[in-house]
Design a protein around this ligand. Structure first.
Ligand SMILES: Nc1nc2c(ncn2[C@@H]2O[C@H](COP(=O)(O)OP(=O)(O)OP(=O)(O)O)[C@@H](O)[C@H]2O)c(=O)[nH]1
Ligand SMILES: [Mg+2]
Length: 242
C-alpha cells in the first residue's frame, strides 16, 4: 500500500488550481465551530456491540474523526506518528497511498484526491498542513480550503499548521504570511515540527478539547476557546504570540 518517493518530491501534489475562481478572495471557512456530525458515536457509556476505534478493542464514550490534509510531503504522516508514537520518521519519504486506515491520514497527491474527498463528509476536524520550507505547499492552502468547503461538513473544526519549522535555514514561508492567511479565514494556526515535536501534541489536544466540549459541555461550563488555548499554550514558533 505504500510507494517509496525521494524526499521533497511534490510534483503534481497541489490541489487542482482550476478549482479556484479567478477572484479568489478569502471566504469564511467555518472557523473552529464544529459540533459532532451525524456519524459521531453517541455520547454516553460504552455500548455493547459498539465498534472500537481501529478495531483495537478500546471503547470510547465519544469518538471523533480527525483528518490530516495538505500537499504531498508536508509531513502529515510524520505528524501523526509523532503524536501517536512520539517518534520521527526520518530518511526515506514513503508517501501515503489513498487513505491510511490506521488513523485518518490522507494522501496529498493529486491523483488520490477523489478518494480523499469521500472521507471529508463525516470528518469532525481537519488539520490542514503546509510545509514552511515549501512555498508551493503554502500556495495550495486556498485551494485546499475550497475543497474543504465543498466536501466537508459546514461546522468542521479546522486548524492550519505550518510544519517542518525545525528547518529554519530552509524556511520559504514567513510566519507572518501564514498568520495573515489564518486571520483572513478565521483559522487557528500554529507552526509545528514532527521532527522535534514542537506543538504537535498541542494541535491534537486543542482539537480534541474543542470537539469534546461540543459534545459534553454543561451549560454552566465556560466555553472552550480554541484560538485562546493555542495562543496561551503554543511554544516557539506558535502563531499567536502576544
Ligand atoms: N525536517 C523535517 N522533516 C519532516 C518533518 N515532517 C516530515 N518531514 C519529512 O518530510 C517528508 C515527508 O513526510 P510525510 O509525513 O511522509 O509527508 P505526507 O504529508 O504524509 O506526504 P503524502 O503521504 O505523500 O501526502 C519525509 O522525508 C519526512 O521525514 C518535520 O517536521 N521536519
Ligand atoms: Mg503520508
Amino acid at each position: 500500500m505504500s510507494r517509496k518517493k525521494t524526499p521533497k518530491s511534490k510534483a503534481g501534489s497541489a490541489p487542482a488550481t482550476s478549482a479556484l475562481p479567478a477572484a479568489n478572495g478569502p471566504r469564511p471557512v467555518r472557523p473552529g465551530t464544529a459540533r459532532p456530525g451525524p456519524e459521531a458515536p453517541p455520547n454516553g457509556p460504552p455500548q455493547p456491540g459498539r465498534s472500537s476505534i481501529g478495531g483495537g478493542g478500546d471503547f470510547y464514550d465519544v469518538a471523533f474523526k480527525v483528518m490530516l490534509v495538505g500537499d504531498s510531503g508536508v509531513g502529515k504522516t510524520c505528524l501523526l506518528v509523532r503524536f501517536k508514537d512520539g517518534a520521527f520518521l526520518a530518511g526515506t519519504f514513503i508517501s501515503t497511498v489513498g487513505i491510511d486506515f490506521r488513523i485518518w491520514d490522507t494522501a496529498g497527491q493529486e491523483r488520490f484526491r477523489s478518494v480523499t474527498h469521500a472521507y471529508y463528509r463525516d470528518a469532525h476536524a481537519l488539520l490542514l498542513l503546509y510545509d514552511v520550507t515549501n512555498k508551493a505547499s503554502f500556495d495550495s492552502i486556498q485551494a485546499w480550503l475550497m475543497e474543504i468547503q465543498e466536501h466537508a461538513q459546514d461546522d468542521v473544526v479546522l486548524m492550519l499548521l505550518g510544519n517542518k519549522v525545525d528547518s529554519a535555514q530552509e524556511r520559504a514561508v514567513k510566519r507572518e504570511d501564514a498568520e495573515k492567511l489564518a486571520k483572513d479565514y478565521g483559522l487557528p494556526f500554529m507552526e509545528t515540527s514532527a521532527k522535534t515535536g514542537l506543538n504537535v501534541d498541542l494541535a491534537f489536544t486543542a482539537i480534541a478539547k474543542e470537539l469534546k466540549q461540543r459534545c459534553t459541555k454543561a451549560p454552566s461550563e465556560p466555553r472552550f476557546r480554541l484560538h485562546d488555548y493555542i495562543k496561551r499554550e503554543g511554544r516557539g514558533a506558535s502563531c499567536c504570540r502576544p
